[in-house]
Design a protein around this ligand. Structure first.
Ligand code: AMP
Ligand code: MG
Length: 491
């Protein structure tokens, strides 16, 4: 790369261990040069958490770095190859608009990927332009940071830059680049890629790398690959239960959008459910509701089955035995998921102990909520705050009966009212990024270059469990909406 595109390494040390993997898993790609880079969002808290020099990121060199205009001299930016089942159909994919600048070893010793999304075409771009528009990148920033504050594993957003370029969609939009920070970008689809187009030795290399990077304890196991499978299953059973508990709908749970580290990734068409309905779908392209709210746990199992299939030759030398190990792992996912979800739901209802009747109690409440089109987030807040008097749901006979049973159930534990209220506050967010508030703040930023709404929305969604200071502006459901909310991906 020519000299003026390079920054000295003294500011930030990045490594590229991923390039030690078989060459077919990546291609060397430099980010495009952009005309007028401007940082519009900068996550100083995250930069500090990671231990990256904030002064550097705020400097002229920092802007060049975050826009891809210059790269650190000792790194090799790459695009990663992967495959994936998209809505059930298997395809060869790869980073079509993302460039992995390198890995950074954070202050806490954890290795993270630093990736620019929207940095230009790569070998895997297919028909795409490799670019990203400002609105969707800001949306990813808001929702991923909200997810993090909700206590859900997720890729993070370090910055959003406008490029000074137009990108062509249905109309011309402002070009933008998001700096994504992730534990890694190893996807179920990465394993599918190597399983389909690599050798057994190459599959083993990817699995060993993954174990070494994410599941170190597996190294000393008799069969580290069985350990890998079980750990990935555990992570997803934990993650997807957390999504369900806060009403998060990912929207595009293709196998290329499921990472083995257990982080939520790819914020294209995701959105939070407002009215409780298991059939909720926001994504414009999810015509058959494959990724509807209520289907997410099952889709998790389906994706993990695809992951397990790729590992079969490493699980056991005898194929029947290998299949049995894989099947056991997937069954284990469903039972772990249910266990996580039930204990999460119990916490949402202030229950410390476990009783046989709890499952029925939970199901009954959700059933009534669906019938009365209750706002998912606010109903649990109302229970926490004992605000359950007005409105169709709370005045209904079914709810009153349920409420009595719940009160009775609470007395079966020895914990005080104060204790169970605290438990509920910790598990029932008051603020989620409500779709209309997100849209409103994006519009102001994109159309009027005014970022004040985004900043106040971010402030609210990054303290979701703060009951001492609830801002009604962000907790009010959107009553004015008469058409269903729609989200779009790949924009
Ligand atoms: P997604 O739906 O965001 O998971 O993207 C699916 C695939 O399309 C990924 O391989 C992306 O890298 C690729 N892709 C999305 N948008 C673009 C774009 N504008 N240019 C090139 N590739 C893209
Ligand atoms: Mg994706």
């Amino acid at each position: 790369m020519n000299k003026e595109r390079v920054i000295e390494d003294k500011y930030l040390e990045l490594e590229n261990t991923y390039t030690s993997l078989p060459q077919k898993l990546f291609s060397s790609e430099n980010p495009d040069k952009v005309p007028v880079p401007k940082v519009v969002m900068f996550n100083e808290v995250l930069a500090k958490e990671l231990g990256i020099d904030v002064q550097f990121l705020k400097s002229k060199e920092g802007v060049d770095f975050l826009s891809g205009n210059r790269i650190l001299s000792a790194t090799t930016p790459i695009a990663q190859a992967y495959a994936g089942h998209q809505f059930g159909y298997f395809t060869m994919l790869g980073d079509g608009r993302a460039v992995l600048l390198g890995e950074y070893v954070a202050k806490n010793g954890e290795r993270v990927d630093i990736q620019l999304k929207g940095a230009g075409r790569t070998q895997y771009s297919r028909g795409g332009d490799g670019k990203a528009a400002l609105g969707p990148m800001l949306r990813e920033y808001i929702i991923s940071e909200a997810m993090n504050a909700l206590g859900i594993d997720t890729t993070r957003s370090l910055a959003v830059v406008t490029t000074g370029e137009e990108v062509i969609r249905e109309k011309e939009l402002q070009g933008s680049i998001l700096t994504r920070v992730a534990k890694s970008h190893i996807r179920v689809g990465t394993f599918q890629f190597i399983s389909n187009w690599g050798t057994l030795e190459e599959l083993k290399e990817l699995a060993d790398y993954s174990i070494n990077r994410h599941f170190k304890k597996g190294i000393s196991e008799e069969n580290p690959y069985i350990y890998l499978l079980h750990e990935v299953v555990k992570k997803q059973a934990d993650l997807i239960a957390k999504w369900q508990l806060v009403g998060f709908i990912h929207g595009v749970m293709n196998t290329d959008n499921m990472v083995i580290s257990g982080e939520t990734i790819d914020y294209g068409p995701c959105a939070f459910m407002d009215v409780y309905d298991t059939n909720t779908v926001f994504s414009s392209i999810d015509t058959y509701g494959r990724y509807a709210y209520g289907n997410q746990p099952q889709i998790g199992a389906w994706n993990l089955a695809r992951f397990a299939e790729t590992l079969l030759p490493l699980l056991h030398e005898n194929q029947d035995e290998a299949i049995k190990i894989a099947q056991d792992a997937i069954e284990n996912y469903m039972s772990l998921y249910k266990k996580n979800w039930h204990s999460g739901m119990r916490r949402k209802l202030g229950l410390f102990t476990e009783e046989n009747e709890d499952e029925k109690l939970i199901e009954e409440l959700l059933f009534i909520m669906q019938r009365y089109k209750a706002d998912y987030t606010n109903t649990f807040c109302d229970l926490t705050l004992e605000r359950v008097h007005e409105g169709e749901l709370y005045e209904s006979r079914e709810f009153k009966k349920w409420y009595e049973l719940w009160q009775k159930r609470l007395t079966k534990q020895s914990n005080s009212v104060g204790e169970y209220k605290k438990l509920m506050e910790k598990n029932n967010p008051t603020v989620i990024p409500r779709n209309y508030r997100v849209e409103e703040s994006l519009k102001e930023a994109v159309d009027n270059n005014d970022y004040s709404s985004i900043k106040s929305l971010l402030k609210a969604v990054t303290r979701p469990y703060d009951y001492s200071n609830i801002d009604e502006y962000y907790t009010k459901p959107d009553k004015s909406r008469d058409t269903p909310y729609r989200t779009y991906c790949g924009t």
